[in-house]
Design a protein around this ligand. Structure first.
Ligand SMILES: Nc1nc2c(ncn2[C@@H]2O[C@H](COP(=O)(O)OP(=O)(O)OP(=O)(O)O)[C@@H](O)[C@H]2O)c(=O)[nH]1
Ligand SMILES: [Mg+2]
Length: 416
């Protein structure tokens, strides 16, 4: 693909502002073998104007799963990604939860991520013993799925209970999903929290589709009433989409292109217990196009790096690790970035030691990818601690010369 004008503009402005790192930077590599380049900016800072978005990238879509409490979000994610069925009493969701307290009360209170992979022929990649939930076994299964797949769908299973709405909003805003999958219980219909979630998806301009679950236990008349209610909501002035109940593969193209153009809201009716409707939903997920370059959320890989941190871990034997989304540029191990703003509005230099994408070690991460970095402070005698982090911190390329500000003017429009 040809270099765009925007890429050239970005590259030109970042060259102008290139500055050496501050003096109190510790460039020693004594405590490990991390390589820092002579310019102190790591191997990837030299801008490559022929840079393009990695093609692999286009084959990975992220889907945020939202909807009312108990509508079957975690269950559907478990059933789709692990390949089995549910028993109607919480069996499948147990493979998705992050924490034991979630497993104990059955309620999602954190963001869980699961992947679904499709091999070149279109078959889903299913790994034996995929049901295991420890971090190590998850790492192994993710690595196997990634290595055997041509297309990936990454689900963020969000919380349905009002008490955790903040976490759900964070999942929708911070994780920049390509699509949202709204889960509706066929027995209970479209309830209050589903409305809230739909409102947020609309405000964020994230295309959405609906999956009606529990069709095995909903009486026919209730199911039909609730489906009619969904049609009404989807066609309403606030939503303005054409509902499309997908009943056969021939409708798949219309459903995938319609959701992408934000004209159609595909609706799937499934049972996680009997498996009805799941093959069509799988087929649709496989067809979903990436919105990476159209979402307006990401700058090209040739721009200066920008990484939004959403999680912090201390990993035994590795040290401090941050997770988040690369919103611009390309980042490689050995690169120096600025971390901040900290509690006193400062940015400090850090070194990227290693990078993981989908739990797999990689040589670079680029715009649009959700990944994690093992970090080391480049400030003399300073060790990074979890307590140094706060919400909203970012990693930026030094040439952006970041400056923290305390106030700004904004114009807000409230929609009813
Ligand atoms: N019969 C039947 N039961 C289902 C189906 N899908 C989910 N369930 C059951 O519904 C219950 C709730 O499912 P969850 O997956 O925990 O619902 P959730 O939307 O993730 O709930 P929160 O995380 O609390 O918001 C569980 O007991 C599931 O076994 C289905 O299609 N049919
Ligand atoms: Mg759940």
């Amino acid at each position: 693909m040809a270099v765009t004008e925007e890429e050239i503009r970005c590259a030109a402005s970042s060259k102008e502002s290139e500055k050496p790192m501050s003096k109190d930077v510790d460039r020693s590599t004594s405590d490990d073998d991390d390589e820092v380049t002579a310019e102190g900016n790591g191997p990837s800072t030299a801008l490559d104007l022929t840079d393009d978005w990695i093609e692999d990238h286009m084959k990975d879509v992220t889907v945020a799963v939202i909807g009312n409490v108990d509508s079957g979000k975690s269950t559907l994610v478990g059933v789709l990604t692990k390949g089995g069925l549910d028993d109607g009493r919480g069996q499948a969701r147990a493979k998705v939860f992050n924490f034991s307290h979630e497993a104990a009360n059955g309620r999602t209170s954190s963001i869980a991520q699961e992947i679904m992979g499709f091999a070149p022929g279109g078959d889903q990649v299913l790994i034996e013993r995929m049901a295991t939930t420890t971090a190590n076994s998850r790492n192994t299964t993710w690595q196997q799925v990634v290595s055997q797949s041509e297309r990936l769908v990454t689900f963020s299973d969000l919380c349905g209970h009002e008490k955790y709405l903040k976490t759900t909003i964070f999942g929708l805003v911070g994780q920049c999903p390509d699509y949202t999958m709204i889960i509706v219980n066929a027995n209970a219909g479209f309830q209050r929290m589903s409305r809230e979630h739909l409102g947020i998806a609309l405000a964020l301009s994230i295309p959405f589709f609906i999956v009606v679950t529990k069709i095995d236990i909903a009486p026919q008349n209730v199911y039909e009433e609730n489906l009619a209610q969904l049609h009404k909501i989807v066609k309403s002035n606030a939503v303005k989409r054409q509902p499309l109940v997908v009943k056969e593969e021939a409708q798949m193209q219309a459903a995938a292109s319609g959701i992408y153009n934000k004209e159609v809201c595909p609706i799937f009716c499934v049972s996680n217990v009997t498996g009805d409707g799941l093959p069509l939903l799988r087929c649709f997920l496989r067809c979903l196009p990436s919105r990476l370059q159209d979402s307006g959320l990401f700058k090209p890989p040739s721009c200066p790096a920008e990484f939004h941190i959403d999680s912090i871990y201390v990993v035994p034997g590795v040290g401090l690790v941050v997770g988040g989304v690369v919103r611009a540029g390309r980042i490689r191990p050995g690169q120096q970035l600025l971390l901040g703003p900290d509690k006193v509005s400062q940015f400090k230099p850090v070194l990227i030691k290693t990078i993981q994408y989908k739990r797999v070690n990689v040589d670079s991460a680029e715009s649009g990818q959700h990944c994690s970095f093992a970090l080391r402070s480049l400030v003399k005698r300073e060790t990074l601690k979890k307590s140094m982090f706060r919400k909203g911190m970012v990693l930026l390329s030094p040439e952006t010369q970041p400056r923290a500000i305390w106030s700004f003017k904004a114009e807000a429009r409230a929609s009813s």
